[in-house]
Design a protein around this ligand. Structure first.
Ligand code: ATP
Ligand code: MG
Length: 806
């Protein structure tokens, strides 16, 4: 039997060693023998063909049924005829015959197993693209560690079923490189998590907490290079750099002063200022003012104030425009090195040169250089100076860098370095008629300011190459640009243009309307800076974009406020309660802690008298099961008051049906029994300063109805929630409010995140929004900036619980 099989194998040219191996598995060997028999295979066969037959034998080793064996013949013939070329195809073919049974035929078998299907590299590339797009966040997060899963993932795509898997890897490698850039320090395979080094550069280093990992010592920021660790083309430049910085971290926060900062910027601020502070370095506030047309003084001031509010102090406040002279010199240097030219092409022509059709609609063709690219150095210098001296009008000439049109990165296709703008600049006045672009300015100013870590958001990823190219081209110190994921809030809009529309249409009362997510709005609404810092810290920094729902943001704020705010009794919709059995002049002082369980927050006294106010929602005309608040005959506790009260009667305004007065009995004549509920109250005791009247309480809900207002078919304005703000008039609050106001900003303990990150917000004494408290059983509130000496306006910061108020 064995000899017979061996002879069969030999007849197909299977070598002895191989035959021996096959013989090890009796069943498979037998099946293979049968297959050779059935198919009439003879003559020497290629190794690949034998391997496929062997794999068919493995699959069918238990096959006894004659009909099935006949079908197997269809498959083995297809292998021998070279129609089936891969294991995947053999699998598919066998599956087909198993299902089709005696209906099986060659034509269908071919169809089901992809015979003759040719998958081109372009098709593979397209599949890889869509796979990467769909899994971008994960890939960006795991970077090169994600590559094996990308290969498996692409292989598993149905349209790639019959593709040659060998073609995947090179295509995937190329795409990943484009997405992630070359491997860097984040891609080092770490043996073990670094043990946090004690006191490593940490400011103030409280030893009790130095070994808690911070957002700056883990994740994206924890993996950044040490100062001096960024490679240079010119080694000498690193020496000069380190001499200037003393080996310290130098970062910058570079806002464009063309609008108010929004919630996303709080991440950029925390990342840049916080990282420098954590490692004992310095952070510049640099106004990126190269677009003179869009800049306004209010934005400069507002940006500075928000940074201070978040507790950061810039090392220096600079402007890109401070360096216009140096930048100009570097531009001439670039031209002198033959690496820039003055270009007179129109934007449409440039588009075409970059391989797009002029209208940008169709794909266009090859990239090509324009005739100006070959301009002689002298001529280019002369023309650039002519640009500077006003010979050309805006749009007529630009200075373009001579980069690398064959590079797949569009940021290398001869970017514009300077353009003509007939605009006066708020700092340099009419001195310049030409202004440098972001691409030219950003890296060079980073270099001039000796930035060790140029941290920016992901959309600049492709700019990294041009950033490094330009620094090297003009032979200056080359900072390291590293990109992290943006922070976005969903269910709202952040775009300047759209917010302006809301303001202009009167839908919100200004850029700082508490329903918006600009930082001035969040501040006005009463969110403390420490809550923002904790929020950013909790999210951490990675290379993926973080999309957060408004409700999640609010939850984080709520948690912070829970630990950090004093409590007061407020009655939004007051109804008087007369305690009939108390004498008219009854007066008691009741001590109330500002926060139960936090004696360090202190306590305060409020008067308790014959007439008190309670909230309308705490009273019902009839008692029902499961209802524990005020109703005729029910006993309820008033918070911190020694005895309970029991409702005896009430009066109603017949025309409105509203309850106008409740009468109750103060149960000081029976032993105290813990009530089911305590409610908040405010005494009517004008001679003791109670109650404090609130002119307006503004209750905010989400400004938009959907999670994605911009996607509304009729435009985002159609998605505005008509109930985004409700105003209550006539609310009352206890007199403890005065003390909360006077002591604000309330000195509260650091949050866990502030503690480990070394961060601390900084609110100004007298700032209305810093007067904040929890109104017991109602919500968190602060004073609005519309308040004055004789008008008190409160904002609801957040509700007490996630869903109430919606
Ligand atoms: P927007 O277009 O949203 O107004 P921007 O990028 O134009 O923002 P800049 O003034 O240029 O605003 O931003 C200053 C810095 O803040 C930049 O480094 C930018 O990367 C960063 N930044 C902007 N938006 C976000 C965001 N959503 N999350 C994190 N960082 C951000
Ligand atoms: Mg910008």
């Amino acid at each position: 039997m064995a000899d017979e099989l061996n002879a069969k194998f030999a007849s197909l040219g299977i070598e002895d060693a191989k035959a021996k191996e096959i013989m090890k598995n009796k069943k498979v060997a037998t099946a293979l023998g049968e297959i050779i028999e059935e198919s009439g295979a003879s003559g020497e066969q290629q190794k690949a063909v034998v391997a496929l037959l062997q794999s068919l034998a493995t699959k069918t080793k238990d096959c006894k049924d004659e009909a099935a064996k006949a079908n197997r013949k269809l498959v083995s013939r297809a292998i021998l005829e070279g129609r089936l070329k891969t294991n995947v195809q053999v699998d598919a073919a066998w599956k087909y015959v198993e299902t089709a049974g005696n209906e099986s035929n060659d034509a269908d078998l071919d169809k089901e197993s992809g015979v003759g299907v040719v998958i081109t590299d372009e098709q593979v590339a397209a599949a890889v693209d869509s796979y990467i797009e769909a899994n971008k966040a994960d890939i960006e997060e795991r970077r090169y560690k994600a590559v094996p899963s990308v290969i498996t993932g692409v292989k598993a795509l149905p349209e790639m079923k019959f593709a040659n898997p060998a073609s995947f890897k090179p295509i995937i490698d190329e795409k990943i490189l484009k997405l992630l850039g070359p491997k860097d320090e984040r891609d080092l395979v770490k043996k073990k998590e670094k043990a946090p080094k004690k006191d490593e550069g940490k400011k103030g280093g409280d030893s009790a907490t130095t070994n808690t990992r911070s957002m700056f010592s883990e994740g994206f920021l924890g993996n950044l290079h040490k100062p001096g660790g960024n490679p240079q083309k010119y080694e000498e430049r690193m020496k000069e750099h380190l001499e200037f910085t003393g080996g310290k971290v130098f970062t910058r926060f570079p806002p464009e002063p063309n609008g108010y900062l929004h919630i996303g910027h709080s991440k950029a601020i925390t990342v840049n200022f916080g990282y420098a502070q954590y490692y004992n370095g310095k952070c510049y506030l640099r106004y990126d003012d190269t677009n003179p047309e869009a800049e306004e003084e209010v934005y400069f001031r507002s940006i500075r104030e928000i940074i201070e509010w978040l507790g950061f102090e810039p090392y220096k406040i600079t402007h890109s425009s401070d360096y216009f002279d140096q930048l100009y010199e570097l531009a001439e240097k670039l031209i002198s090195k033959g690496l820039a030219y003055v270009c007179f092409c129109t934007p449409e022509e440039v588009k075409e040169q970059r391989g797009a059709s002029a209208d940008g609609k169709s794909k266009g063709g090859e990239r090509f250089a324009c005739s100006h690219r070959e301009m002689a150095v002298d001529k280019a210098l002369e023309e650039f100076r002519a640009m500077r001296d006003g010979k050309y009008k805006p749009g007529e000439a630009t200075l373009r860098m001579k980069q690398d049109l064959s590079n797949p990165n569009p940021q290398m296709w001869d970017l514009v370095a300077y353009r003509v703008l007939n605009a006066s600049h708020h700092r340099t006045g009419d001195k310049w008629k030409i202004y440098p672009t972001y691409d030219f300015t950003h890296c060079l100013v980073d270099s001039i300011e000796n930035i060790s870590h140029s941290l920016c958001t992901l959309e600049f990823y492709l700019s990294r190459e041009s950033y490094e190219w330009l620094c090297d081209a003009v032979e200056v110190y080359r900072p390291a640009q590293r990109e992290y994921g943006r922070l976005n809030i969903t269910g709202t809009i952040l775009s300047k243009r759209k917010i302006l529309k809301l303001v202009n249409e009167g839908i919100v009362r200004g850029w700082d309307d508490p329903r918006l997510f600009t930082l001035v709005a969040i501040k006005r609404r009463g969110v403390p800076p420490g809550a923002i810092l904790s929020f950013v810290s909790q999210l951490g920094v990675t290379t993926s974009t973080t999309n957060i729902q408004v409700s999640r943001f609010e939850n984080s704020i709520r948690k912070y406020l829970e630990d950090h705010t004093p409590r007061l009794m407020m009655v939004p919709d007051p109804v008087p309660v007369i305690l009939d059995n108390l004498p008219d002049d009854h007066f008691e002082e009741i001590s109330i802690p500002f926060k139960p369980g936090s004696p360090e927050m202190g306590e305060h006294k409020v008067p308790f008298t014959k007439k008190v106010y309670v909230d309308r929602s705490d009273f019902r005309e009839e008692a029902t099961d499961g209802y524990f608040r005020l109703a005729p005959g029910k006993s309820v506790g008033l918070l911190k008051v020694p005895c309970n009260i029991r409702v005896t009667s009430f009066k109603k305004d017949e025309s409105t049906g509203k309850v106008t007065e409740i009468h109750a009995h103060y149960e000081n004549d029976i032993p105290f029994k813990k009530p089911k509920t305590f409610i908040q109250w405010v005494a009517d005791a004008p001679s003791h300063g109670s109650p404090v009247k609130i002119d307006e309480v503004r209750l905010f809900n989400q400004l938009f109805k959907s999670e994605n207002p911009s996607a509304h078919p009729d435009g985002f304005l159609a998605d505005v929630n008509p109930e985004s703000e409700t105003v209550l008039k006539g609310a009352l609050i206890e007199k403890g409010f005065h003390e909360v106001k006077q002591k604000s900003p309330w000195v509260a303990p650091k949050s866990a995140e502030e503690e480990k990150d070394g961060l601390r917000g900084k609110e100004k004494p007298g700032a209305p929004e810093a007067v904040r408290f929890q109104a017991l059983r109602v919500g968190y509130f602060c004073m609005d900036s519309d308040s004055s000496d004789d008008k008190l306006v409160l904002n609801r910061i957040v509700t007490l619980k996630e869903d109430s108020g919606k």
